[in-house]
Design a protein around this ligand. Sequence first.
Ligand code: ZN
Ligand code: ZN
Length: 406
Amino acid sequence: MRFLLPPTIVLTSILTLCQGQEASSQKQWYRGNTHTHSLWSDGNDFPDMITAWYVEAGYDFLALSDHNILSQGEKWMPVTKIQERRHTLGRTTLSKYQKHFGDSWVETRGEGDAQEVRLKNLPELKERFEKPGEFLLIQAEEITDSFEKVQIHINALNLEEVIPPQKGDSVRATMRNNLRAVKAQEERLGKPILTHINHPNFQWSLTAEDLAHVLEEQFFEVYNGHPAINHEGDPVRPGDERLWDIANTIRLHELQAPPLYGVATDDSHHYHGGDASPGRGWVMVHATELEADTLILAMREGAFYASSGVHFKELDYGTAQEAVRFVIDAQPGVVYETKIIGTDRTTPDKPGETLATISGPEVHYPLTGKELYVRATVTASKPHPNPSFRGQLQQAWTQPIGWKLP
Ligand SMILES: [Zn+2]
Ligand SMILES: [Zn+2]
């Protein structure tokens, strides 16, 4: 029952041992988005239209993560309600759907203003879209909670039963109560459920200290493609990457706790152009098979990176790595710049300093042994094709390595 263990040095050293050629030759990189909304909550398209979009765009896995609901059972949606959705196409949303899938798949009832469409549930979507080794749907929920005005949204992937917002008497208690509810379901069902804390800067909700101190969590969104989540911060408040470095420095220096790993996601809501549209951020997971438990275990071991367009041909990962080493899958005419970022253990008051800047597709940065942790952000000269903020360039973020717990 390896997956029930918390991330420990034991696990990561097993991983490092498994990085031998035989083990890694059986692994593949799988591309997935773990944060997606549909008409099951506040998205503006049908779940099958959305899934078809991700299949067509070359993703290997997708988690439909609606707010406080799973796509289960029978749900009929009034067409008038679909027409009210933001950035919808009015009745064209339905006719697009009918044109794509045909009348034998699309189910409607009633006429005129009383017309309704049935939303396909996850078992139906799996039946239609899943192909072994090619495409996987993972059941998910965005547990959408709040404390006073603070928004606390946490994605849970691979759960089986909906988890209603658990509430709490402080921000951190609310976070913890939800994470503990997920953990309880994981233990009861005996299968791994991955959580990630979403968009900490949405309505400036979560601080680096909140992210640091809630040790029940191992993941957070270092990039989320929704344009309203203040990814870059503002002149007085840190952006998502800076929050990550501050939180991880607190974890490793003060709390002797493992750092957070960063995911990139879409948080897509709008599928007819503009605003919170799909295809902006994803994870690349190195795993032996395209299967939910396997992908989650790989992510818990740090065998993944976050991307908004930059990919690696080779990447060394795992806690015990003694160097940041990777080879970028370089595109013709594109220039790549890597920032090596870390915190010196003698100066924890200076979290997330840039230790080196390296140009080109091959990066090899040996650690000195003085670092609390080191990570890398790669930025391409190529603009993001569908930017969520002005001037966005394609990027990749590796996980913190070189950290040790006492
Ligand atoms: Zn959210
Ligand atoms: Zn969301």
